[in-house]
Design a protein around this ligand. Sequence first.
Ligand code: SME
Length: 137
Amino acid sequence: DNSEKNVTDRLHEVCKLLNDHIDYYDWVGFYFRNGDKEELKLRTYVGEPTDHEIIPFGKGICGQVAVSNENFVVPDVQAQDNYIACSFTVKSEIVIPLFKDGENIGQIDIDSETPDPFTEKDERFLEFVNQEVAKIL
Ligand code: SME
């Protein structure tokens, strides 16, 4: 069924699969637009707890993707000035927008403790994951 709880549980399973099987995916979460507010809300994740459950549009890597509608690959988080740090052990990040009926409604966010691990393969793979996820939303 597509009740809110069931969908969240399935999104959590996706996070867990990715985190379990890809060794440089150390934190995996889904953010979605929070109602009609200009902000993202964390829906589910696997990894260390974060203080950033809500991220205003435009802030950090996630908030920038909410407005750009484009993938954002960060090989070195320390080199970014508009970045929200969740943990000092994180070295790199990838954020891929999630589209439903052509609209950017959220994103998958992955943090890595490995420097510069993400390639175009990750981008294509995570675009595919988001397309599959959009079907259950
Ligand atoms: N680093 C993100 C914030 C979310 S945490 O990675 C979970 C950002 O700059 O938007």
